[in-house]
Design a protein around this ligand. Structure first.
Ligand code: NGO
Length: 511
């Protein structure tokens, strides 16, 4: 008895992982077939790319950049025509495996080589994320670490449940600069998320340069909640974010919230007010008091210019028009406004996304509704044939506190502990909203209570990993008991990635 317990202990503590099924991968892959051996990454394990498309070379380089700082190996990216390269990592596109879809991949690890294949570059990128997680957590450090760098052998075949796996950053209530957003994009990419929705305007600030309406940022970008100095992205900076995200297979969706949540615009251009004018900037946290003048033609000139300039900078298919909490717009004004703005967005070649209230209007065929508060609105959208993006506030609002002791966040939708955020299924939450009606899930980080990266990360992590898993992993493979062990192991990895996460008591973190 004692002897066998000792053996189990040795195996568990061994630095050589040999059971691929025990790998702590988040999001959990669709299938893992362990082979019982181990591959060792060495100085000679250069990264080979089959073919010479710049996109795949770039993914190879991305992998090298992730592995080189901690290993010190100086791995290089090389091209090859071969199918297997002994002792090395091979990345290749394959036409023979269409079942992997646009984002799936297959990772075959033997004691001699690592082979990653996918039908599309996005799949290779996600396979690379899995490979990172198969290595010891210290691979994420940016300083030289001790080896060995062993990976358990076997095969992983993997692809996502939903095509839209998103997060939202509110940069209007408190401004977050380009560097903060880039770090967040890297964090999202590590968990195979692919959409970043940017809430670029609200009562407290206008955060994107619009050349034809310069006062939006000159005046409307000058402050934020609490009266801090605010800020905005120039068009060049916005494009830099778009490109950085694109290189990581993340689509940026810009949101200009309207007709409510517009005090910063109204203060910058008094002619957009229904009556009177107020140029005072707002630094409080109330909602629902502002509205663009829906009866004035100048409003539609304004909306047209903003949609045109921002659409031209945005390669992704979506433009988010907000539409939430327009409590000071009469419903008989709100409906024609939303109808007309949908046409404007279509005229500039984009598809409309909007908060669930927009379903009160007549939706264009490819408009999607973001369910956050009222299921009945989302259901109205479905009845009109619209797809739904799932962000139910009780489960997916990442700005909610974990519990009453949380340092930041709100609790108007309830407390969302790490297990509450994980334990729900987008396709069975509202009976009328079925999987085929859903484009995916998104967790919004509203920023009234947070003003810097560490505060944002406290709310985002570790919950974001759970939302990433809900978006990627099939429902049948998701269970809190299994997830919480993988998450516990990610504590060390998040530390190595420099993420300040909230160490929830519901998880037994491994120190
Ligand atoms: C609501 C509101 C936002 C707030 C957020 C705070 C929506 C769609 N509108 O969500 O303006 O910032 O709650 O949790």
């Amino acid at each position: 008895m004692l002897a066998s317990a000792a053996i189990v202990m040795t195996v568990a503590c061994s630095s050589e992982p040999t059971d691929l099924s025990k790998a702590n991968i988040i999001p959990k892959p669709v299938s893992i077939t362990p082979a019982g051996g181990s591959f060792t990454l060495t100085q000679r394990s250069d990264i080979y790319v089959r073919g010479d498309s710049p996109e795949i070379l770039q993914i190879g380089q991305y992998l090298a950049d992730r592995l080189n700082p901690a290993t010190g190996f100086g791995l290089e990216v090389k091209t090859t025509g071969k199918d297997i390269v002994r002792g090395k990592i091979l990345l290749a596109l394959t036409e023979n495996d269409p079942s992997l879809g646009d984002e799936g991949y297959e990772l075959v690890i033997t004691d001699k080589s690592v082979k990653l294949t996918a039908a599309k570059p996005a799949g290779l990128f996600y396979g690379v994320q899995t490979l990172r997680q198969l290595l010891p957590a210290r691979i994420e450090m940016d300083t030289l670490q001790e080896g060995p760098w062993n990976i358990a052998t076997g095969t992983i075949r993997d692809y996502p449940s939903y095509g839209y796996r998103g997060a939202m950053r509110d940069v209007a209530r408190h401004f977050f600069g380009v560097d903060d957003i880039k770090i967040f994009i890297d964090q999202m990419a590590a968990y195979k998320m692919n959409v970043l929705h940017m809430h670029l305007s609200d009562d407290q600030g206008w955060r994107i340069e619009i050349k034809s309406w310069p006062n939006l940022t000159a005046h409307g970008g000058r402050t934020e909640v609490g009266g801090g100095e605010g800020g905005f992205y120039t068009q060049e900076q916005y494009s830099e974010i778009v490109k950085y995200a694109q290189d990581r297979f993340i689509t940026i969706i810009p949101e200009i919230d309207m007709p409510g949540h517009t005090m910063a615009a109204l203060a910058s251009y008094p002619e957009l007010n229904a009556k009177g004018s107020d140029t005072a900037l707002y630094t409080g946290t109330e909602v629902g008091f502002s509205s663009l003048a829906t009866h004035k033609e100048i409003t539609y000139k304004f909306v047209g210019d903003v949609v045109r300039e921002l659409s031209a900078l945005t390669p992704g298919p979506w433009f988010h028009i907000g539409g939430d909490e327009s409590h000071s717009t009469k419903i008989e004004d709100y409906i024609p406004f939303v109808n007309r703005v949908q046409d404007t967005v279509a005229a500039y070649g984009k598809q409309v996304l909007g908060w669930d209230e927009i379903a009160l209007s007549t939706l264009k065929p490819n408009t999607a509704v973001q369910y956050w508060a009222k299921a009945e609105n989302a259901v109205k959208g479905v009845a009109q044939g619209a797809k739904v993006l799932m962000s139910p506030c009780k489960y997916a609002y990442i700005d909610m506190k974990y519990d009453s002791t949380s340092l930041f966040g709100y609790n108007w939708a309830g407390y969302i502990e790490v297990d509450d955020g994980y334990n729900w299924d987008p396709a069975s939450l509202v009976p009328e909203i079925k999987k085929e009606n859903i484009i995916g899930i998104e967790s919004p980080l509203w920023a009234e209570t947070i003003s810097n990266r560490a505060e944002a990360e406290y709310l985002l992590f570790p919950r974001l990993l759970g939302y990433a898993e809900i978006g990627w992993t099939p429902k049948e493979l998701r269970s809190w008991d299994d997830y919480k062990v993988r998450l516990a192991n990610h504590g060390e990895r998040m530390n190595a990635m420099g993420i300040s996460f909230y160490p929830s008591k519901r998880v037994e973190w491994f120190k």
